[in-house]
Write a protein that binds this ligand. Sequence first.
Ligand SMILES: [Zn+2]
Length: 163
Amino acid sequence: MKLVASKIGGDTAVKLISELKKRKKATEDELAKNTKIRLNELRKILFKLQKFSIITPEVVQDKHSGWMIFYWRLREDQLESIIRSQKRRVLEKLKERLEYERTHDFYICTDRKCGERFTFEEAMEHFFKCPKCGSPMEHFDNSQIIHVLEEKIAQLEKEIERE
Ligand SMILES: [Zn+2]
């Protein structure tokens, strides 16, 4: 949830959505008061969130005064489906990366401050000398990277399965 919100509108959007999650629906004034976000900024983000269908407007007539009250309501179903498709995209990218790591042999600049990494083909092209700093290259063991990627993928797959 946080990731989606922050991608759309930064920390301010995260604050806004968690406030809406608590209250189910709220007026702009209520939101501004409780999140301490300035009204003009608040409206900008509300507009963005509406564009992604994460929130939806709702007009209710006040029983006592008869006035129309304008609320914003969080669409949790929509938020969840955005999160799901985002997770799938991340999973695809991780799998591509894992495939790349598994099918390539890597070399790294021996100057650790430089730390450039090259595929075997690239290393060959530069005669195993770093084109950035001139230091020699050495073979790079990427098994740790592969291990971390595999763990992340397994974790994400489990999360997606549970949904
Ligand atoms: Zn280098």
